[in-house]
Design a binder for this molecule. Structure first.
Ligand code: INI
Length: 155
């Protein structure tokens, strides 16, 4: 009989760090609200959530790495918004932050969850930050709980 491993969605006793960017704060504060809501509704204690603000998305990977290496958290959630609308380095910022977050996860062996919205317009970003298309921060936090528990199940 094959053995299946899954991460349960119970957050009690787990500790999480959230790295959130101030750039496009209108969107990222909504992502943070969504993430906190998900953590609390899945049983995480408010005191077990550490929140770190960065100026922009590009600074997120370094902070995520420091938090992942601190041995204080079961997972790190990264929240930010990269909006195309007229910015020439949209592609650069979007790909660098993605690459950096993936690298931190692989280098540290800790779940580092990507909750970065990349959108063509502000309107599209709003849809993904608590309007029609849900809240990317909420789903990132749920994924963090699942991954933290999956890691425990495998260890
Ligand atoms: N930072 C973001 O978080 N989102 C963006 O859309 C963005 N754009 O488009 O420029 C952005 N730039 C700032 C960047 O993350 C750094 O904070 C900045 O370059 C200083 O290092």
């Amino acid at each position: 009989m094959a053995k299946h491993y899954e991460g349960i969605l119970i957050g009690k006793g787990l500790k999480f760090a959230v790295v959130v960017s101030r750039f496009n704060e209108l969107i990222t504060t909504k992502l943070l609200e969504g993430a906190r809501d998900a953590f609390l509704r899945h049983g995480v204690n408010d005191e077990d959530i550490g929140i770190v603000w960065t100026p922009g998305c590009l600074e997120i990977p370094l902070m995520a790495q420091i938090l992942a290496q601190s041995n204080k958290y079961n997972a790190v959630v990264c929240l930010g918004a990269v909006i195309r609308g007229g910015t020439p380095h949209f592609e650069y910022v979007a790909s660098e932050v993605n690459r950096g977050i993936g690298k931190v996860a692989l280098d540290t062996g800790l779940p580092v969850i990507q909750g970065i919205i990349t959108a063509d317009t502000l309107e599209q970003a709003i849809q993904r930050a608590g309007a029609k298309e849900g809240n990317r921060g909420f789903t990132a936090a749920v994924n963090a709980i699942e991954m933290a528990n999956l890691l425990r199940a495998l260890q």
